[in-house]
Design a protein around this ligand. Structure first.
Ligand code: ASP
Length: 339
């Protein structure tokens, strides 16, 4: 019988009203499972593991990513797949981080959550959980269908490092701006086998570590040199995501281009990610991105911000060599960027 481990981290899916009934707080895993008796009908052996204290995902930190990575790695041979219950707010970050950490993954790791708590009448939690388990258990010719970190939410299976949260309201909370969906769940679950990620590495290897000496600078018309300078000159800063206009453009004012050039020359890894939700960065397409290109800013291509920042933190923890980090940022490691 296929065996799946459910890992509960917290999030709306398991939330209940606090004693003063004013806020929602995460509750335990038994509460969730008691609301989905249908899980017993699936031909799957289910085990579960819960964070000691389930959290709202806005409290997620890199040490939680490490904890999830270790739970999966330590139990990798005992299970055919893993389902992670997680709050939707930072789910795109956790999915991206896990995709980078789990090199050589050959089993499904499916994250899901919900917009309404599982105890509510119109909840989306039951469908999301049941289908996530079904997908994690899916096999074809004796092999798992999904062998990557993916996210199931409201009828769609997405690549984990390609999604963005798009709505606080709609059950379709996520979308994948630059990569096709991996599967859709209607009467049956239909996979797009051509889009599924296959790792070339033979064995699973947990690559741990996230360097927190990073920052994000969102460009806007009228930003002051003082602000840009103070961010670029932050102590211990090793990596920066520059959120640019359109296809990777920024002001062509000499003060701006000079500050960027000097920072790159001093060893700061700057990655150009567009503020647009769809499309990609093409440095050099416009004159307003030529200065960034010449300064040695790395193009983030069509990566989401969530994938780019977690990838940068991950790579900076792997090496002191800025040139290596820059090269890897533009390399497709886990299907997160189109090259
Ligand atoms: N604040 C919640 C969380 O991210 C929202 C959710 O789960 O949808 O944990």
């Amino acid at each position: 019988m296929t065996s799946i481990l459910i890992i509960y981290t917290g999030g709306t899916i398991g939330m209940v009203e606090s004693e003063d009934q004013k806020t929602l707080v995460p509750f335990n895993l038994d509460y969730i499972l008691s609301h989905v008796p249908e899980l017993k009908k699936l031909d799957v052996r289910l085990d579960s593991f819960s964070f000691d204290t389930p959290i709202d995902s806005s409290d997620i930190q890199p040490q939680h990513w490490t904890q999830i990575g270790e739970i999966i790695t330590e139990r990798y041979s005992a299970y055919d797949g893993f389902v992670i219950l997680h709050g939707s707010d930072t789910l795109a970050y956790t999915a991206s981080a896990l995709s980078f950490m789990l090199d050589g993954l050959h089993k499904p790791v499916i994250l899901t959550g919900s917009q309404l708590p599982i105890g509510m009448i119109r909840t989306d939690a039951r469908e999301n959980l049941i289908t996530a388990v079904e997908i994690a258990a899916k096999r074809l010719d004796g092999k798992p269908v999904v062998t990557e970190v993916a996210v199931f939410f409201e009828d769609m299976l997405y690549r984990g490092n390609r999604i963005k949260k798009q709505s606080t309201e709609a059950f379709e909370a996520f979308f994948s701006p630059n990569y096709p969906i991996l599967a859709s769940a209607g009467v049956s679950i239909s996979f797009d086998h051509t889009e599924l990620f296959r790792s070339e590495a033979k064995e699973l290897r947990l690559m741990n570590g996230f360097d927190e000496n990073v920052a994000v600078l969102t460009l806007f018309p009228g930003m002051s040199p003082k602000l840009v300078k103070s961010v670029l000159e932050s102590v211990h800063l090793r990596g920066l995501i520059l959120l640019t206009f359109g296809a990777g453009n920024g002001p062509s004012a000499p003060w701006f281009v000079d500050l960027i050039r000097e920072s790159v020359a001093k060893g700061l890894v700057i990655v150009n990610v567009t503020q647009c939700t769809m499309g990609e960065v093409e440095q050099g397409k416009y004159k307003t991105s030529m200065g960034l290109l010449k300064a040695g800013v790395v193009s983030g291509g069509d990566m989401t911000f969530e994938a780019a920042i977690t990838k940068l933190m991950f790579l900076l923890s792997q090496s002191e060599d800025g040139d290596w980090v820059k090269k890897q940022m533009g390399t497709n490691l886990r299907g997160e960027i189109t090259v």
